[in-house]
Design a protein around this ligand. Structure first.
Ligand SMILES: *Cc1c(COP(=O)(O)O)cnc(C)c1O
Length: 417
């Protein structure tokens, strides 16, 4: 669901002006979506949630019945996630892990380390030495693999297949496998291979990428005569902001992954999406303060802006939105400002022309006091925004519905935080 769900719509309408803007999450919508994702995946495929997409504790907890674990990329995320969902498996990734972060991960017993460089491997080995008697540390080196046919060239956030600071160069693979298997570091275990090569891929492209990661990994294992039981093929499943109803095709992706694991008995595949799991469950709701003409166009200024919802600014898109016209009488003696034409550009309160939320929105007659719910605000939205710029008040946060146990309790179950 992308247009506001009934519960969200209701909340947008009933909040007072001063309670806007607000982030409103529908946790039932989130759980239904992720349950469907899980249902599309074969059992040999594990689903981890990349916490950086949206680490709100309520979101992490709502996801818990449907995911196998969480991918964290900093000491901060690690501490936060292990508090929000205690005892759940964590994989620790990200470039530039500090000694303190690695020590913290060992201390709290993080299940898997996605090692991004040879330096990091040595660092981990050194810091893990005191734990050698009690456990072996599972290491999944992250590789920046060539994708070969240039299929990622058009992708906005390519992290692999070209020079980037992410992961190990494939030329270092033999050295890393040797260090992990020749007795140099017996307290470390080569558990698998990790790759996260791009964001914004459709199912067909994702499958091609997954296949090439698996083929490359099995080849590496064979060359060294070792077993590589796990392969992480990353996140980056596409979310289409221009056509929000068009979702990533989990069904065909799942079918393709099933064929892939069937060809490699004993192999566990792991996915770690962020955006495609949570984007759809969040709305940034606000109110039109003013509507005015400017040099032949019309602008509506809303409460809030890109300091709360930076997504359209960073991705250069128009955030999809739904207008909920106000049925309140206008309380002032002067006329209500209203759009004269069909299309209005929605901007925020910041004193910069970059504070654009959506251009040329079809909103005939849009008036001051009307409400607007921006969609696809459940990922990379509030948490990537520059909240303090201009010192406007922070938005409210509302978490609607949701099922704590994992069994759908039906539409009556409302758990408001
Ligand atoms: C950001 C990130 C993800 C999640 O990417 P999405 O595009 O949100 O699915 C997964 N793995 C790694 C290593 C990442 O950095």
């Amino acid at each position: 669901m992308t247009h506001p769900t009934p519960a969200v719509r209701d909340r947008v309408r009933t909040l007072r002006s001063e309670e806007l803007p607000a982030y409103i999450y529908d946790l039932t919508a989130l759980q239904e979506h992720v349950a469907a994702v899980r249902a599309a995946l074969p059992s040999a495929v594990e689903l981890y949630y990349a916490a950086k997409a949206n680490p709100e504790p309520e979101i992490l907890a709502a996801l818990r019945p449907y995911v196998h674990g969480y991918e964290v990329s900093s000491g901060g995320e690690m501490a936060h996630v292990s508090k929000a969902v205690p005892g759940f498996p964590l994989a620790f990734g990200g470039p530039g892990k500090t000694p303190a972060e690695v020590a913290q991960a060992l201390e709290i017993g993080v299940e898997r380390f996605h090692v991004e460089s040879v330096y990091e491997l040595h660092l981990l080995a050194e810091l893990a030495a005191p734990y050698a008697a009690e456990r072996r540390i599972a290491v999944l080196p992250r590789f920046n693999l060539p994708v070969g046919d240039g299929s990622l060239d058009s992708v906005s956030l390519a992290m692999g297949g070209r020079p980037t600071p992410f992961g190990l160069d494939p030329s270092q693979a033999d050295e890393v496998v040797r260090l992990l298997t020749d007795g140099t570091y017996p307290h470390l275990e080569l558990r698998g291979v990790h790759a996260h090569l791009a964001s914004g891929l459709e199912a067909t492209e994702q499958l091609a990428v997954a296949r090439s990661i698996v083929v490359w990994s099995m080849d590496l294992a064979e060359r060294h005569g070792v077993r590589i039981p796990e392969v992480v093929v990353g996140g980056g499943m596409a979310v289409d902001y221009a056509e929000p109803e068009r979702r990533f095709d989990w069904a065909s992706y799942g079918t393709g992954l099933a064929e892939l694991v069937a060809a490699h008995p004993g192999l566990t595949l792991r996915l770690e999406p962020g955006r495609a799991l949570t984007a759809y469950c969040g709305w940034y709701a606000t109110e039109v303060l003013d509507v005015k003409p400017s040099h032949g166009e019309e602008f509506a200024v809303v409460r809030g802006g890109t300091h709360h919802l930076r997504t359209p600014a960073t991705k250069g898109h128009d955030q999809p939105c739904t207008v909920l016209p106000s049925d309140e009488p206008w309380p002032h003696p002067w006329p209500r400002s209203a759009a004269q034409g069909e299309r209005v550009t929605l901007t925020g309160q910041l004193c910069t022309p970059k504070d654009l939320l959506a251009r040329d929105v079809l909103a005939p007659g849009l008036r001051a006091g009307d409400r607007v719910a921006f969609e696809l605000c459940g990922a990379y939205a509030w948490n990537i925004s520059h909240h303090d710029f201009l010192m406007h008040p922070r938005p409210g946060f509302h978490f609607l519905n949701g099922i704590a146990s994992g069994a759908f309790a039906g539409p009556g179950a409302s758990e408001e935080v």
